[in-house]
Design a protein around this ligand. Structure first.
Ligand code: GLN
Length: 312
């Protein structure tokens, strides 16, 4: 796909300008602290990395500083589960925006233990169960998977973050046990939660995350290795879910302002793609009231506004 204008864009100048323009916002967000380890971060950090399908990369700011990917990792585990279970997956998790916070318990009882979508925590825990129940060593499988996608063998789980999530993950444990009572969790709940907390605790930088999303801009095929992770149809569905559910109950606002399918995490990262062209990851730990990076959303809004490239 060609957008016709991208050859005229000076990517580096564009992102350098963005890094300056978002500076006043860096003090306005709130760093997540409901997982205590998440608050151990420089709250004025800002990084952004772009990966183009043709292999070019551009970075600004703290783009090579590791951060906790948190919910961005739900995309990796969903990719794995979708490729394993195919459309059977949707018998256990829905595809509609939730309109509720990412860790809400309310909807689940009304909907008999079937989460609205795979990106709210309940949905991601069902997805985690699908991976755990269908792979012999789920934790190492997902680490290898992410290392391949990002082309970085050093990517690992942050053990302090993992322990912190495990110790304070009472809501997630409640969600998992509740869904088990409806028969929507097959494996042992603790094993499923360990896998879920494990992938949320992956430490990556903006460059790694941007590269790891490139296959979604390329119909499911990694443009550098040529390896297929999803069929073209599955990649289409994944991008649709990212657009409608990837930033929780702010997905409408994100689509309106940014115009890209994207996934946020409470570590302050957001990854987004433009099909046929690029992937981008921005990181800034101060969050808005929906749990999305405040400066990160603004940076992506500036990016699509300045370049005049979005999916719309
Ligand atoms: N691990 C986090 C949690 O379960 C992920 C939430 C997020 O990034 N939105 O609460």
């Amino acid at each position: 796909m060609s957008y016709g204008v991208e050859s005229n864009i000076d990517w580096q100048t564009t992102i350098d300008e963005i890094a300056i323009e978002i500076q006043p916002l860096l003090s306005q967000g709130q760093v997540a602290n409901y997982i205590p380890e998440l608050s151990n971060v420089k709250d004025d950090a800002f990084g952004l990395s772009i990966s183009l399908l043709d292999g070019q990369e551009f970075q600004v700011g703290d783009a090579s500083t590791n951060f906790s990917v948190q919910s961005i990792s739900k995309v990796y585990s969903l990719t794995k589960a979708f490729s394993l279970l195919k459309d059977k997956l949707w018998e256990r998790v829905g595809k509609e925006p939730s309109g509720n916070p990412f860790n809400s318990l309310i909807q689940l009882e009304h909907e008999n233990g079937k989460p609205r979508n795979p990106f709210i925590n309940a949905g991601a825990i069902v997805v985690a169960d699908c991976v755990v129940s269908n792979t012999p060593d789920s934790v190492n499988t997902i680490i290898d998977y992410v290392r391949q996608l990002a082309g970085n063998k050093k990517i690992a789980i942050d053990q302090a973050m993992f322990q912190s999530e495990k110790s304070f993950g009472h809501r997630n444990a409640a969600l998992a046990h509740f869904m088990k009572s409806y028969g929507n969790i097959e494996s042992d709940v603790d094993e499923v939660l360990d896998f879920y907390f494990g992938h949320c605790s992956l430490k990556m930088n903006c460059q790694d995350v941007a590269k790891s999303f490139l296959f979604l801009a390329n119909h499911g095929v990694h443009p550098i290795t040529g390896k297929r992770y999803l069929t073209a149809s599955q990649a289409k569905r994944m991008n649709a879910l990212l657009l409608t559910c990837g930033t929780y109950d702010a997905a409408g606002d994100f689509a309106f302002r940014v115009g890209m399918p994207g996934k946020s995490g409470v570590g302050g990262g957001i990854a987004a793609i433009i099909p046929g062209l690029l992937s981008v990851c921005v990181w800034s730990p101060g969050l808005d009231k929906y749990g999305n990076s405040l400066a990160g959303v603004k940076a992506l809004e500036l990016f699509t506004t300045k370049t005049e490239i979005s999916i719309f």
